[in-house]
Write a new protein. Structure first.
Length: 215
């Protein structure tokens, strides 16, 4: 896997379950307009376990000769970033943003995993997530979380999804001990990927270590 050799700060974008790196394209373009250099990491979210993908991500960023690395992970991608920082610490990590990531349980996945008919569609990464606690925030970087409260998504088909939610992940499930800041926006789970407001908040946190509540 080849990665552009650079020396400036770099933002690594990590997609979620069932997705590919291309879904992060619009967000990456908006971050570039904010002055950030970006790279996108793609991984087999179903075939590999979280730990296996964490190693792949660690190997990926090892080839980036940047002075500092920032991460933005959407959904499972955010959990994967935290898994990597726990198992394969990257001490040049600056700031991390978890967007719609199930840091504190995942009702939708847990319910699907209980059925033999739907368990197989989750893949090995999600199954490992359900069997462990999400790694805690490391002390050498700043972590911020973005939650959505626009309930539009496949999770609505499952009865009992806690409110408020983004249609897949409940706001309560995005909360994590040790984070620097958290913001709740009126966006859906997949809508985060194309939302200009989400991109703006990502830029604010990457630049200042906190979100903007005046937008």
């Amino acid at each position: 896997m080849s990665v552009e050799k650079i020396t400036k700060e770099t933002v690594v974008l990590v997609h979620g379950l069932w997705m590919h790196g291309w879904v992060m394209t619009l967000l990456a373009l908006r971050l570039k307009r904010c002055g950030f250099h970006t790279v996108t990491f793609s991984y087999p979210s179903m075939k590999n376990s979280l730990s296996q993908n964490a190693r792949l991500l660690s190997n990926f960023v090892a080839d980036i000769t940047a002075s500092q690395l920032h991460f933005i992970g959407h959904s499972l991608g955010g959990v994967l970033v935290m898994q990597m920082l726990s198992e394969f610490p990257v001490k040049r990590t600056g700031r991390v943003i978890l967007a719609g990531s199930p840091c504190n349980m995942c009702y939708a996945a847990d319910k699907l995993a209980r059925s033999k008919l739907t368990r197989h569609i989750l893949g090995r990464s999600i199954l490992q997530l359900l069997e462990q606690k999400t790694p805690e925030c490391p002390g050498w970087c700043e972590v911020g979380t973005i939650a959505g409260c626009k309930s539009f998504g496949v999770g609505r088909l499952l009865s009992g999804l806690p409110n408020p939610n983004d249609g897949v992940i409940a706001v309560e499930e995005t909360k994590m001990l040790g984070t620097c800041d958290q913001i709740v926006l009126n966006v859906s789970h997949t809508g985060m990927l194309v939302s200009a407001r989400v991109a703006y908040q990502v830029c604010m946190f990457l630049k200042h270590g906190k979100f903007s509540y005046n937008s």
